[in-house]
Design a protein around this ligand. Structure first.
Ligand SMILES: N[C@@H](CCC(=O)N[C@@H](CS)C(=O)NCC(=O)O)C(=O)O
Length: 209
């Protein structure tokens, strides 16, 4: 199995952390969406990472599709997203908020990296910032009223993994003020101390256009 993409991407990293958490061995192609775009497109017609090339040659794109596949491979008892009911609903909702915040962070970066300065549109950047903070505030509110070890209780789930990968990315790439989100920052710190997170921590650097 080959995971394509750099670990400074929250989408790639949440797949890498999940693979390690589930003890699924993989090789890593540390390719950048900037410099290695042509190489990436040989596996991902979208030209996006993460892409996971399976042992039978099938290349899966999009972290959600990849993570869904991994959960189905390991079975319901080990799956990182609960299989049904309120636990599944809550985990999926928290993941959607965290991924949404990271996407709005990514948009802000791409506006800087891929668009010439004279073509940048400040109202769009403002809109992205507002949406990003809206999602983070909602996760912070959730955490304030759910005091388990992990965000949905006593078991670490994909919500913890995704929130942490997205949070760390936003702090690193956009210098987000962690004091604004104390609960979220504390959860991320707890996750980052685990070996699968430590093994996938990468210094963030902007893609080259
Ligand atoms: N929804 C996708 C988002 C992945 C994504 O945005 N990846 C970025 C890197 S952080 C990428 O491939 N960007 C290149 C591009 O879209 O041109 C997922 O969850 O996998």
């Amino acid at each position: 199995m080959l995971l394509i993409g750099m670990f400074d991407s929250p989408f790639v990293r949440r797949v890498a952390v999940s693979l390690k958490r589930l003890s699924i061995p993989f090789e890593h192609a540390n390719w950048s969406v900037g410099a290695d775009h042509t190489r990436i497109r040989q596996y991902s017609p979208l030209g996006r990472v993460p892409t996971l090339v399976l042992d039978d040659g099938m290349a899966l794109t999009d972290s959600s599709a990849i993570l869904d596949h991994l959960d189905s491979v390991v079975g319901s008892a080990r799956a990182l997203v609960p299989v049904s009911g309120t636990p599944r609903r809550d985990v999926m909702q928290l993941i959607a908020l965290a991924v949404g915040a990271a996407e709005k962070g990514r948009e802000q970066i791409y506006e800087r990296v891929f668009r010439p300065a004279e073509k940048r549109h400040e109202p769009y950047l403002d809109r992205c910032r507002t949406q990003m903070h809206g999602a983070l505030e909602e996760i912070e509110r959730w955490r304030a009223s759910h005091a388990g070890i992990w965000i949905t209780g006593e078991r670490l789930t994909q919500a913890d993994i995704t929130i942490t990968c997205c949070w760390t990315f936003l702090v690193d790439a956009l210098a987000l003020e962690s004091s604004r989100y104390n609960m979220l920052a504390a959860l991320a710190e707890r996750c980052e101390a685990l070996s699968e997170f430590a093994a996938t921590r990468a210094r963030w650097s902007p893609p080259r256009s």
